[in-house]
Design a protein around this ligand. Structure first.
Ligand SMILES: [Zn+2]
Ligand SMILES: [Zn+2]
Length: 339
């Protein structure tokens, strides 16, 4: 029986530990993926700290997986061994719940997440259901593909469904793991792109990523600065702060919409009169399906959108995880189980 190295969490709150296991066999409708790269996401703390109901331990975290199909289980159609594939947050759906019956697979009531519902990508091999697979373009590296499967798809999919059109002002609130990709996507989609972040430090980087305007939320009134640009058609809120979102919401122009993708425990305060008089709205956006992932990867390869990454070998996963959680990483940390 071939063996592999994985990094597992043995119990909620336990450390990330490197262990050896048998390479699993793909069951019906599943494929064995040789993992080349796996991004570390803040959501991996759900697994490590046991903050997601019903996690069975030991569990291998990781839902930003880029690799190669090693082996097909029975009844897998449309995929072949040797194909490069990605697996993101949406790690499978049931096909029979009310939302699936309406074709809304990403909101499946029995939805599965790699690294939570089953073992994920902090490993040399992992098994994924075929409906969770996205093709990776030849000219996109595994390291670049991995973070695009979570942080990338979330911002790309939210922006392309936002209703904004080329030439509209789109603000990206926060220039971090999600925001540094959001700024690039907004620029490449043809929006007048305004990046909003704390302090002047991030201004050169935001411009380099494609922002036409930079708003420093420490020294400027964000809402006024956006209104000076004509008002935002969309504010993509990637910052993990309800207060920062509330401070920006006055910058929505006519028919403007705030789309929330950053998580925060703080509520967002909505100015009712403005919302009525400018026909404003606020909504959230969940990442997307494997097909959305595939389109995110294809668009990124085509347009040159790339995540900024720091890489670590699998054996240093615990250190890599701490680096990501410290908030100091620029901007995504990626494990390389292949080498
Ligand atoms: Zn994630
Ligand atoms: Zn379902």
């Amino acid at each position: 029986m071939p063996r592999m190295q994985v990094v597992q969490v043995a119990h909620a709150g336990g450390p990330l530990e490197l262990v050896e296991r048998d390479v699993p066999e793909p069951s019906e409708g599943h494929v064995l993926v040789k993992v080349q790269a796996c991004g570390i996401c803040h959501s991996d703390s759900l697994t490590k700290e046991g903050q997601w109901p019903g996690i069975q331990y030991p569990r291998v975290p990781g839902h930003e997986i880029a690799g190669v199909i090693e082996k097909l289980g029975a009844d897998v159609e449309g995929w072949t061994a040797g194909q490069r594939v990605g697996v993101g947050w949406h790690g499978g759906h049931c096909g029979h719940c009310e939302n699936c019956r309406h074709g809304d697979f990403v909101l499946c009531e029995n939805g599965r997440v790699p690294g939570i519902s089953y073992d994920g990508g902090y490993a040399q091999y992992m098994v994924a259901p075929q409906e969770a697979l996205a093709r990776i373009p030849d000219d996109l590296s595994d390291i670049d593909a991995a973070p695009l499967l979570c942080a990338g798809i979330t911002t790309f999919n939210a922006l392309r469904h936002s209703g904004a059109r080329a030439g509209d002002v789109v603000a990206i609130l926060g220039v971090g793991g999600l925001g540094h990709l959001g700024v690039q996507f907004a620029h490449k989609m043809g929006f007048v792109t305004a990046a909003v972040a704390r302090g002047k430090d991030k201004a050169p980087l935001a411009k380099q990523l494609g922002a036409h305007h930079y708003i420093d939320s420490e020294s400027q009134n964000v809402a006024e600065a956006l209104m000076a640009l004509g008002g935002a058609r969309v504010i993509l809120a990637t910052a993990t702060s309800g207060n920062a979102m509330s401070a920006a919401i006055g910058g929505l122009g006519v028919n403007g919409k705030m789309i929330m993708v950053g998580l925060s425990g703080e509520p967002v305060e909505v100015p009712i009169a403005q919302f009525i008089m400018r026909r404003n709205s606020v909504m959230g956006w969940p990442s997307g399906t494997a097909a959305d992932s595939q389109e995110t990867l294809a668009f990124s390869a085509l347009s040159g959108v790339k995540p900024m990454t720091e890489t670590f070998p699998l054996s240093r996963a615990a250190e890599a995880y701490d680096r990501m959680m410290s908030g100091k990483a620029r901007f995504r940390v990626v494990l390389q189980p292949g080498g």
